[in-house]
Design a protein around this ligand. Structure first.
Ligand code: NAD
Length: 433
């Protein structure tokens, strides 16, 4: 199947490489000339484990190529995946301008029947909106518009794409559904469940899933607050809850609040969608407030541990919103850094992959070579992202570098008793210091 994937970011690039690996002929398109030039030279613009090998294999085998020439890619393709960004507007609604731009370009260059598939996370009604734009093309060609939301997680995107829990397809005609099964043939034969529904339900499945996961994270974060007040241990509470098969153990790790390019914007968007339909989605509105407050609590947690913040140096270990990615979008470290800076702290920071992105976002942060470099003369070490390399730090070396042995572990990586016996003042989330 000849496929065009429009938008070659985290989702577009993984989708393009994955669909090529399934045996399709894929052209990945982007308006970012430098991104496409880099990809043509075999350079992967993002950090995602396994992606470089998958891209290079499929390029070499002749099933994957890159271009900025959208009209040619549209004309050559039978199926067109839209994977451009849908960032939040200031009011929380999803900004659809990139999706609309792409739909207009498709309309202009249709040269035969096309299947247009939204991979981007888009509000309910977007499929119909694209249909409207394509119907105005006026060149006599028809297009079926489908929804096929993506559920991959950055950091394990290849595995998630190649072995998803389910493939969701929103479509209204049989022919398009069969075409999607052909595109995803290897998953079909692996007996991965295909959920086939109408376009609106498919669009909502994505928001409902992310809204639910964000709720689960916020729930355990509030349980952590309660644990701190009653002298409980959130880790034990999470295990006790998670062993209930109706609850399950995933997404019950207390921490500094959810971040990244999806949960914050998708919870804002689902609240906005509900409002537009005259409904107050109370749980999601509460999740948004809780997540905001949890992030503020983290600043307070570091400040309380330090006593006086002004003039102190904080070493931040981790910047990305989670390990195994370089993505800084909506990372909880952003309000943490700005909050501590506004109280007069100096920040030294290190992240294994996200430093290049972080450097464009912060002023007056000293970016360091590694965790030990960051620790030099620090009054507090803050573990902000649970990269594996922060799980086995040389504690005596750290102790010799810092100004005072104080660790604030926002990811509960270490055992409080052990840290105490190593001579650190140690604070974590939802556990007794
Ligand atoms: P991204 O910002 O990494 O990539 C978007 C790409 O689209 C950019 O490279 C941009 O240059 C390109 N683009 C914009 N306008 C274009 C146009 N007119 N023609 C061609 N290319 C254009 O975004 P992302 O993280 O890949 O997310 C894309 C969509 O997928 C969003 O809707 C997001 O919510 C959804 N999603 C993301 C993830 C994730 O983990 N990142 C997971 C599931 C779903």
């Amino acid at each position: 199947m000849q496929i065009a994937v429009i938008g070659t970011g985290y989702v577009g690039l993984v989708t393009g490489a994955g669909l090529a690996d399934f045996g399709n002929d894929v052209t990945c398109v982007d308006i970012d000339v430098s991104k496409i030039e880099a990809l043509k030279q075999g350079k992967i613009p993002i950090y995602e484990p396994g992606l470089e090998a998958l891209v290079s294999k499929n390029v070499q085998e002749g099933r994957l190529n890159f271009t900025t020439d959208l009209p040619t890619a549209i004309r050559a393709a039978r199926a067109i995946f839209i994977a451009v960004g849908t960032p939040p507007r200031p009011d929380g609604s999803a900004d659809l301008r990139y999706v609309e731009d792409v739909a207009r370009t498709i309309a202009q260059h249709m040269n035969g029947p096309k299947v247009v598939i939204t991979k981007s996370t888009v509000p309910i009604g977007t499929g119909r909106m694209i249909e409207g734009i394509l119907a105005q093309a006026g060149n006599g060609h028809t297009a079926a518009v489908l929804s096929n939301p993506e559920f991959l997680r950055e950091g394990s995107a290849i595995e998630d794409f190649m072995k998803p829990d389910r493939v969701v397809i929103g479509a209204s005609d049989k022919e398009s559904i069969e075409l999607m099964k052909e595109i995803y043939a290897p998953l079909h034969s692996l007996e991965i469940p295909f959920v086939v529904t109408n376009v609106e339900s498919s669009e909502l499945i994505k928001y409902a899933s992310n809204g639910f996961l964000a709720t689960k994270i916020s729930f355990i974060n509030e349980i952590a607050v309660l644990c701190e007040k009653i002298g409980g241990n959130v880790h034990d509470v999470a295990i006790g809850m998670g062993l209930d098969s109706r609850i399950g153990p995933k997404f019950l790790q207390a921490g500094p609040g959810f971040g990244g390019s999806c949960f914050p914007k998708d919870t804002l968007a689902v609240a906005d969608i509900a409002r537009q339909y005259g409904y107050n989605f109370q749980i999601i509105e509460a999740v948004l407030r809780v997540n905001h407050d949890i992030k503020e609590r983290m600043v307070d947690k570091v400040a309380d541990a330090l006593g006086e913040v002004a003039g102190k140096t904080v070493a931040l270990l981790g910047l990305a919103f989670k390990p195994e990615t370089d993505d800084m979008r909506d990372s909880p470290t952003i309000p943490l850094i700005t909050g501590l800076q506004s109280r007069g702290a100096a920040i030294r920071a290190y992240d294994p992959q996200a430093m290049d992105n972080a450097k464009t976002m912060f002023e007056n942060v000293t970016f360091c070579r590694d965790a030990y470099d960051a620790a030099k003369d620090a009054d507090a070490l803050v573990i902000a992202t649970e990269w594996n390399e922060f799980r086995a730090l040389n504690l005596s070396r750290l102790k010799s570098l810092v100004r005072q042995p104080l660790i604030v572990d926002l990811r509960n990586v270490y055992d409080p008793q052990r840290m105490k016996s190593e001579g650190f003042r140690y604070f974590s989330v939802g556990r007794k210091a």
